[in-house]
Write a protein that binds this ligand. Sequence first.
Ligand SMILES: C[S@@+](CC[C@H](N)C(=O)[O-])C[C@H]1O[C@@H](n2cnc3c(N)ncnc32)[C@H](O)[C@@H]1O
Length: 247
Amino acid sequence: MVGEFARQAETFAASAVAHSPRALNELMRLAVPRGDQRWLEAACGPGIVSRRLASEVASVHGVDLTPAMIEVARREGQAAGADNVTFEVGDVTALELPDASFDGVITRFSLHHIPAPVRVIEELARIVRSGGSVVVADHLADADGEAAAWSQEIERLRDPTHWACLSDSRMRRLGEGAHLTLEDEGLVGLELDLEDWLDRGSGGAGARAVIERLLADPPASAQCFGVRESDGRRILSLRMWAGRWVR
Ligand SMILES: C[S@@+](CC[C@H](N)C(=O)[O-])C[C@H]1O[C@@H](n2cnc3c(N)ncnc32)[C@H](O)[C@@H]1O
C-alpha cells in the first residue's frame, strides 16, 4: 500500500484535482481559520491543504503514512517559504499525538483509502481541544447500493489503494459516533479529465478494459460518479462532501 502511495506522490501532487480552487476554498470556508490557531492535517499527502491553511493560522503539522509523500510535502513547503508547517510520518488511525493538542484538524481525500474510517474520526476527535474543529472532506459514493458498487469497482480497478467512498449520510454518522456536533457542511462538484485520471492509476491494461466496459453501462441511479463528453474529451464528475464538526 505504502509503495503504491509512493508511486503516486509526484503525480498526485501535480494533479489538477489536488489543487482545485473550489475544493480548497470550500475547505477554508468550513475551517474558519484564525491567526492564533494550531492545526493538524491528517493523511496530508504532499501537503497542499497544509500549505493553504498555513497562510491563515499560526502553525500546521501534517501526518502521513507514506514517507515519499512527506518528502514532497517538506520540499514544497520549503519552496513556498512556509516556515510554520511541519510534517512527519504517522498512521492517522493511531496517532502518536497528545489528547486535545490542536485547535483544529482537517483531512481531505483520505477516508476512502482507509478500511476503518471510524478510527480516523475518533483519533481526530481525541487530539482536538474541546470547542475545536474537525473538518473532513472526501468524494462520495451514492447511497444506492447498485450505483455505489459500480463506481467503487471502477475506483478499485484503477487504484488498488482505493478502499471505499462513503455516502454523505455515512459521513455525518461518523461524526455523531465520535460525539462531534456537525456545524456546517457543503457539496462541491469536481470535474476531472478522465484519461488523466486513468493514467494516474496503476490497474494496467487488463483493468482498463474492464473499466471501459463498466463505464459503458452506468446504473440509472448513479449520481456521485459520472462521465460525459465535452469537446472530444471525457470528463469525470465526482461530488465532494465537506463538513465541519465541533468537539
Ligand atoms: C489521495 S492522497 C490525499 C492527500 C491529501 N490529504 C490531499 O488531499 O492533498 C491520500 C493520502 O492518504 C495517506 N494515507 C492512507 N492511509 C493512511 C493512514 N492510515 N495514515 C496516514 N496517512 C494515510 C496516503 O499515504 C496518501 O498520502
